[in-house]
Write a protein that binds this ligand. Structure first.
Ligand SMILES: Cc1cc2nc3c(=O)[nH]c(=O)nc-3n(C[C@H](O)[C@H](O)[C@H](O)COP(=O)(O)OP(=O)(O)OC[C@H]3O[C@@H](n4cnc5c(N)ncnc54)[C@H](O)[C@@H]3O)c2cc1C
Ligand SMILES: *[C@@H]1O[C@H](CO)[C@@H](O)[C@H](O)[C@H]1NC(C)=O
Ligand SMILES: *[C@@H]1O[C@H](CO)[C@@H](O)[C@H](O)[C@H]1NC(C)=O
Ligand SMILES: *[C@@H]1O[C@H](CO)[C@@H](O)[C@H](O)[C@H]1NC(C)=O
Ligand SMILES: *[C@@H]1O[C@H](CO)[C@@H](O)[C@H](O)[C@H]1NC(C)=O
Length: 610
């Protein structure tokens, strides 16, 4: 499928210079014997917190990343349209268990492996070749619910305002077009590390999508800025892109900090165990980290004098905690692991967004951009040349210029049997994404001719819950991942409702003469029962796992973390990544993770006396 080509093309485009000197590729090279902080994982959570802590020149920070240097890895890859897929050297290549909600299918469960974590693979810049790069703060209700369940008002929407701005640098789109009416600049930061911009190339679908919000304003209101706290409505996508290039936690936070002598980054190395270094008033202290480059390589141990911070992401963080004796004792004892902190919540409460993409043929004389790129290698080559010379053209785009967040009507029949799982009226139940071209994540090959339009329907306030459990006692084995996609009546109801809502949107006057007909098995899905069967057969994931080590109030025994992200029942140990959210935000979550990590860095700085 088309998506497969993205990482390869990205690699080609970013074929980059030599590895930076401050990166260590083997534990034996590390120059120091002790560090104040050891951070595990370099994604949106770990890259951010490690770089921010390294601003304190009197403390030493070690960042350990399992994957490699993305500059180097990308430089070795070959261009276009590699027939094969998401599974690149930058991917952990996880798969899920057989998903009951998906007709028993196991699906690929990509997670970033390399500097920048999933923000590196989530942020390449080519429509069909990359992933989303979408910049969402989530809604005020999402954050206010976090504040409520943790009892910490510091997680509320209002309290976090300075952090939303602190991480952002709003820049002009690559084509420098006038963005009046497409964003509200005053609510954005202009001097943070992460570049943010609007789409930098116009598409034939832009006026149709925006026109449809004017045709059907009650059902599909235009939202000028979804990062205002109220996400509801349809509008322009903000991306973590600047100057036509992706921004990741690597490019934004880690790379600029590499020149600091108090910041060491060790790549190609996995943390294999957190080691309890003693007890304090009976509470276990976890300041040791064991790590190795492979299952058979030498194991190293270092102690952090202050804290160990786990930022391995929602899949690997619960695995590492469990391997270290923090988890459900029944599960740990099955693998011969001694329980140090018995907590049934580790690896429970996994939440994710199911994604379905449905395609239509369209009537256009102008080549629909995304299709032309995958169908015509000459055209694609011209675009690569253009991108290389000026960072302009179609290749600066994410996969859609507009998307929207919508709610089921409160009179919806599902609410007679189910409590609304969403955080509140500013959070969507589902998301619609409008893509100018054929994009499938379900293994459907893009046609070699013709012009298409893809409607993505994502369930963004799901009630399904899943788990991450151990497969073995080896840190080098993948854990067992069961995201429970479409596993509840609410989730499948919402997916079907989202498709029907998308169909109503595409029936707006603005689209007339453009949308021709649904293609593939979608064309035969008419009744609700048929739409449900179609959704179960073709849905995958938006790659948004969260909540496997969720924070709750300090007094609560539910959850894994305290509101300051310290691990309950331990000393010296914190988790700073997507695992910490008690609920998956109704949003693409990278920005929420950046913001969580920005505040985490300040919480640590405020109490460390350093
Ligand atoms: C294909 C894809 C597309 C996405 N698109 C978007 C998008 O458009 N917008 C958006 O907002 N979000 C998107 N996301 C989600 C977003 O990337 C994640 O929510 C976010 O990166 C999570 O941050 P994190 O720090 O929790 O984990 P990650 O960013 O996944 O980082 C975890 C890091 O830890 C490392 N690691 C794991 N275990 C160990 C270990 N034992 N030792 C050392 N290192 C370890 C991993 O290699 C990785 O680098 C996408 C994700 C994927 C996979
Ligand atoms: C994922 O699969 C690709 C392609 O087979 C491979 O190159 C890469 O090393 C794999 N990733 C990991 C972490 O093993
Ligand atoms: C780490 O701390 C433990 C407990 O204090 C100690 O036994 C061990 O030797 C230390 N390891 C290193 C590498 O300093
Ligand atoms: C492919 O793209 C090239 C360069 O833009 C163009 O000249 C050519 O006509 C295109 N071919 C087809 C079949 O559209
Ligand atoms: C296709 O578009 C053209 C030009 O806009 C229009 O005249 C024609 O009626 C459309 N065809 C269909 C089948 O809608």
């Amino acid at each position: 499928m088309v998506l497969s080509s993205r990482p390869a093309l990205l690699s080609f485009l970013l074929a980059a210079g030599p590895a930076l000197a401050a990166l260590y590729t083997d534990p034996s090279q590390l120059p120091k014997k002790t560090y104040d902080y050891i951070v595990i994982g370099s994604g949106a959570g770990g890259g951010t917190v490690a770089a921010r802590l390294s601003e304190l020149s009197n403390i030493n920070v070690l960042l350990i990343e399992a994957g490699g240097n993305v500059d180097g890895v990308l430089g070795t890859e070959i261009p276009f349209f590699a027939p094969n897929q998401i599974g690149t050297a930058l991917d952990w290549n996880f798969t899920t268990t057989a998903q009951a909600g998906l007709d028993g299918r196991s699906i690929l469960y990509s997670r970033g492996f390399g500097l920048g974590g999933s923000t590196s693979i989530s942020e390449s810049h080519h429509p069909p070749f990359s992933d989303f790069m979408v910049h969402n703060r989530a809604s005020q209700d999402d954050w206010n619910r976090f504040a409520k369940v943790t009892g910490d008002s510091g997680w509320s929407w209002n309290s976090l305002q300075s952090y939303f701005k602190k991480m952002e640098k709003l820049v002009a789109p690559a084509d420098n077009h006038n963005t009046q009416g497409e964003i509200t600049p005053s609510i954005h930061g202009t001097s943070g590390p992460v570049d943010v911009s609007l789409p930098g190339f116009p598409l034939v679908t832009d006026s149709k999508v925006i026109g449809a919000t004017a045709d059907l304003p009650t059902q599909f209101p235009f939202n000028q800025d979804m990062n205002s706290g109220n996400t509801i409505g349809i509008g322009w996508v903000q991306f973590t892109i600047g100057g036509g290039q992706r921004a990741s936690s690597y490019t934004s936070y880690i790379k600029p900090a590499l020149s600091r002598t108090n910041f060491d980054v060790l790549i190609n190395t996995q943390a294999t165990k957190l080691i309890s270094t003693g007890t304090q008033s009976g509470t276990p202290v976890f300041r040791g980290v064991q790590f190795a480059t492979s299952a058979t390589a030498t194991k190293y141990v270092l102690n952090a004098t202050r804290e160990v911070i786990v930022s391995a992401g929602a899949v690997k963080t619960p695995q590492l905690l469990k391997l270290s004796g923090i988890g459900p004792s029944a599960e740990l004892s099955k693998y011969g692991i001694t329980t140090i902190v018995n907590n049934a919540n580790v690896g429970a409460n996994l939440q994710d967004h199911p994604l379905l993409s449905s395609q239509y043929s369209v009537n256009t004389t102008a080549q629909a951009t995304f299709d032309a790129i995958s169908q015509n290698a000459t055209f694609a080559g011209d675009l690569v040349a253009q991108w290389e010379s000026s960072h302009t053209g179609e290749l600066v785009l994410g996969p859609a210029n507009q998307l929207g967040w919508l709610r089921l009507p409160s009179t919806s029949s599902i609410f007679t049997t189910t409590t609304d799982p969403s955080a509140g009226p500013t959070s969507g139940h589902y998301e619609l994404i409008f893509t100018d071209g054929f994009v499938s994540f379900a293994g459907i090959t893009a046609p070699s001719t013709g012009n298409f339009f893809s409607l993505f329907t994502n369930v963004v306030s799901p009630s399904s819950r899943g788990t991450v459990t151990l497969k073995s006692s080896s840190p080098f084995d993948s854990p067992v991942i069961d995201p429970g996609l479409l596993n509840s009546d609410f989730d499948i109801f919402t997916m079907v409702a989202a498709i029907k809502s998308g169909q109503q949107f595409l029936a707006a006057k603005s689209f007339s003469g453009f949308i021709l007909e649904p293609v593939g098995e979608y064309a035969n899905a008419i009744t609700d029962a048929q739409l449900e069967a179609y959704a179960r057969k073709f849905s995958t994931t938006v790659w948004h796992p969260t909540s496997t080590a969720s924070m709750t109030s300090t007094s609560s025994s539910a959850g894994v973390l305290n509101p300051d992200l310290t691990v309950k029942g331990t000393i010296g140990l914190r988790v700073v990544d997507a695992s910490a959210f008690p609920f998956v935000p109704a949003a693409h979550p990278q920005t929420a993770v950046y913001v969580l990590a920005e505040r985490a860095a300040d919480l640590i700085k405020a109490t460390c006396n350093c």
